[in-house]
Structures are given as C-alpha cells and as structure tokens.
Design a protein around this ligand. Structure first.
Ligand SMILES: [Zn+2]
Length: 315
C-alpha cells in the first residue's frame, strides 16, 4: 500500500513551501490517507472464486466478478473491456486452464506488470473428464474443482496467499478471514456427509452438463449427466432414450436441472417418465438478482443439499 510514502512526500512539500494551500491539497476528499482509499483490486472470473476472494479480502479488497451476471461461463468470450479491467487490477484469479481456456490469452495481452495472476487449480486434486464432448481433447480434466470441498480449501489458500503477497501490511487480517472461510467449508462438508449417508437412492440424474463429478465421488453417489463437461453439445436422441430407460428401470422419482441454461432436457426427461424436477446449482455464476441479494457459495451449496435430500429421499 502506498499510503505512507504519499504522506511522507506530501509533508515534505508542505515543509518545503510552508503554505497552508499545500497542506489542504494533502487531504483531498478521498485521499490516500483515508482508510479504504487504496483497496487491493482483485478480479475473479467465476462465482466461487469471487465468493472466496471477497470473503478473505473483507473491507481491505475490492473484489469483482468478470463474468456478467447470469452468463454461462463455458462458452464465455472475453471482451476488450475485460482486458482493460484486468490491466488496472492488482490480482487476477481464474479457476484453471480447463475451465477458462481463454484466461491465458487475456493474461498475455495485459501489459500491467504489477498484476499477480492466480491459477486457483494449483495444488488441487483434479479428476479426469470421464464424460467427454466430442470436441474436447483427450486428457482433459474435469474443471469443476470447487465442488470438492478439499479442493475448495486449497483454492482459498491460493487466493489468500496472493492477497498477502500484494498487501503484506494486512496479512494477519486476510489469514484470519480465510481461516473462517475454511472452517465453514469443513462444516459444509460435514452436513453433506451426514445427510447423504442416509438416503434411499444414491443416483443423481442430471438434465445438464457433467458438473457434479467431484461432489458425487466425494459422497459415494452415482451420477449421470445428459451432457459432457460443458453444456455446449446437445444430447443425441439415443442419449435421451437411454436416460429415460434408466429413470424407469431404477424407478427414479426426481430429475435435477442446472442453473443458467434452459431446463428443457430435464423437462423432457421428466415429461417422459413422470419424474419431478429439482434444481442442482453448480455455482459457476449467479443471476443478477442473486448477486444483488449477496447470495454466497454456502447459500447455493446448502440449497443443493436440501434438494438432494428431497430427490434422493434422505432421512
Ligand atoms: Zn460447468
């Protein structure tokens, strides 16, 4: 932070010219001496990163979300204004190259030498993308790392390390906030473990893309999605027929649908089988209304758990 050096320089000017006018100019309305005037500027791509960074940063950081509200992130194409925004930031945080293949290109085009770039997937345990789209290269990893709470903890640590590196004066503050967030992740994990251990069904049928591989694996659930690891490709008629067959055979009562895209796949499956619909939100991004209300990552995941509880008939 530049507060001290500015004040020193300013006072030196005051002493040198000894004028009251100069002293006045040392304290502009929102001068660097005011608390919060030089908040750390942090830009995040997806909602989970935004939630982690804004919590860890508290009132010392100004955290923003690059994706516009309600926009589906897999097919996002960054705009020239995004480059300008990032060029003006202290820290830029993205999920990883499998989630935002466009991030590397943005970073290359930004000329801001002050910028600290954080790949939040560093140190996380990634799983193979078991359900491929035809246009995805072999060896792709599942990018939805924030839906494993151990990975989420590692992501928070990567983020807080960046905040501390850029603003060491407030490192204890950031550390404490991150540690609170990590405790809440542990509590969330316990809730999932307890609730999902006592269900009649362990099978999630998802009328969306393959976003919950990490979560299903963590809690021993079976998971079938109508689409691959991104929502771009439509399921074929044969895929749909197989899902309908599976729902009937296993007597599945609920089909889950995803956020931010049309629920028509899930609606078709429900229409064919008489299953009911429930939302399972992978939290890539939120709607404008949710963002305005300050909905958190924990709010989204707890709502998912409640819907899983209904859909899988847990006690
Ligand atoms: Zn996704």
């Amino acid at each position: 932070m530049k507060t001290r050096s500015f004040l020193t320089a300013c006072l030196a000017v005051v002493f040198a010219i000894g004028a009251t006018a100069a002293l006045m100019s040392c304290k502009p309305a929102a001068g660097p001496g005011d608390a919060g005037a030089h908040k750390l500027k942090v830009i995040t791509t997806l909602f989970p990163l935004y939630d982690m960074a804004r919590y860890a940063g508290g009132d010392k950081a100004e955290v923003s979300l690059l994706l516009p509200p309600g926009v589906e992130p897999h097919s996002y194409e960054p705009k020239p204004t995004d480059i300008i925004k990032i060029g003006d930031a202290d820290v830029f945080i993205y999920t990883g190259k499998f989630m935002e293949p466009w991030a590397a290109d943005i970073v290359m085009r930004v000329t801001n030498k002050n910028l600290l770039v954080v790949d939040a997937s560093q140190g996380t345990k990634m799983i193979a993308a078991v359900f491929h789209d035809a246009d995805e290269p072999a060896g792709s990893l599942d990018p939805h790392i924030w839906l494993d709470f151990d990975n989420a903890r590692i992501m928070v640590k990567g983020i807080v390390n960046a905040l501390k590196a850029k603003d060491s004066a407030n490192k204890d503050y950031y550390e404490q906030r991150a540690s609170d967030y990590i405790s809440r992740l542990a509590a969330l994990d316990s809730s999932f473990k307890t609730t999902l251990a006592a269900c009649k069904s362990n099978e999630i049928i998802y009328g969306g893309h393959y976003a919950f591989g990490y979560l299903a694996r963590r809690y021993g659930l079976r998971y079938t999605a109508a689409q691959g690891i991104s929502p771009d490709a439509e399921p074929t008629a044969r895929d749909m027929a197989n899902l309908v067959k599976q729902i009937r055979k296993e007597r599945i009562k609920y089909v889950f649908y995803e956020e931010l895209t049309s629920p028509k796949i899930a609606e078709t499956l429900a229409g064919e089988t008489g299953a009911k619909l429930l939302l399972l939100n992978a939290a890539h991004n939120l709607t404008k209304d949710e963002l305005d209300k300050g909905v958190s990552y924990f709010d989204v995941l707890m709502r998912d758990l409640n819907n899983l509880k209904v859909g899988l008939e847990c006690q």
